[in-house]
Design a protein around this ligand. Structure first.
Ligand code: ATP
Length: 227
């Protein structure tokens, strides 16, 4: 993206952001609360139109977007399997009969996130970690070239986090480009590429160890000892 700016009404949330998301790698987006991380994902997903600047993407399919689990209503009457099956609508269109291949992809994604035994449970009746795994499985089921995730690991136990990390690493090996927002600097350090945002501006971009210097971390979060 080049010189991308975006606003909610009169509030500018991204200011002249020029950044790269390398293909088939994991890119971590980091920054303090309100820095513009979700806004950046929304611009790339196409749900927040930029007010200026340009975005260029290789590949033709729509990105898959895994939202924060708190964005999904408990009242939604849908099973885990149904949630993952919705991921196939990108290929099939809503309410169409799923093909044998669709069912195979859904079964594979349930297995990758280790939630086969939860398949017939209601999404709204799951714990936070179980629900997050279901949402990541839905994202993977879309077989998109670009997978966007908003804090996929936040508040999860080690087993759930590990499952998600393994599934994302596998997706990358399969050629998927992963762009994830994270508040966990250890997760960001393990990424291939890192974007650091502050007040809607890109402060630094590149290898995580080069981006996440103690000075920048201090400046971005305004606290002395996060690094
Ligand atoms: N729908 C909206 N309408 C108006 N302002 C919004 C909206 N969504 C976000 N904002 C504002 O845009 C700015 C950037 O928000 P954004 O959600 O992109 O930050 P973030 O880095 O993802 O934060 P967090 O770490 O808290 O999730 C904030 O000042 C926020 O208040």
């Amino acid at each position: 993206m080049r010189d991308v700016s975006a606003s909610y009404g009169s509030r500018r949330v991204l200011v002249d952001v020029t950044a790269r998301v390398p293909r088939s790698q994991v890119t971590a987006v980091v920054g303090a609360n309100g820095a513009g991380k979700s806004s950046l994902l929304n611009v790339i997903a196409g749900t927040l139109p930029p007010t200026s600047g340009t975005l260029r993407r290789t590949g033709s399919r729509r990105p898959a977007y895994v939202v924060q689990r708190s964005d999904v209503s408990d009242a939604l009457p849908i099973t885990v399997r149904g949630t993952v099956e919705m991921g196939r609508w990108a290929h099939r269109g809503p309410w169409r009969r799923l093909t044998a291949r669709d069912h195979a992809v859904v079964a594979d994604c349930l297995a990758r996130l280790d939630i086969r035994d939860l398949a017939e449970r209601q999404l709204g009746a799951l714990s936070g970690g179980q629900r997050q795994r279901a949402l990541v499985a839905q994202g993977l089921a879309q077989e998109a070239e670009l997978l966007l995730l908003d804090e996929p690991g936040a508040g999860l136990d080690l087993a759930a986090q590990t499952r998600i990390e393994d599934a994302l690493a596998q997706a990358c090996r399969d050629g998927v480009t992963v762009l994830r927002v994270t508040h966990d600097l250890d997760v960001a350090r393990r990424a291939d590429h890192c974007l650091l945002l502050r007040d809607g501006r890109l402060v630094a971009e590149g290898l995580p160890e080069a981006v996440l210097t103690p000075e920048r971390v201090r400046a971005a979060w305004g606290v002395p000892d996060l690094a």
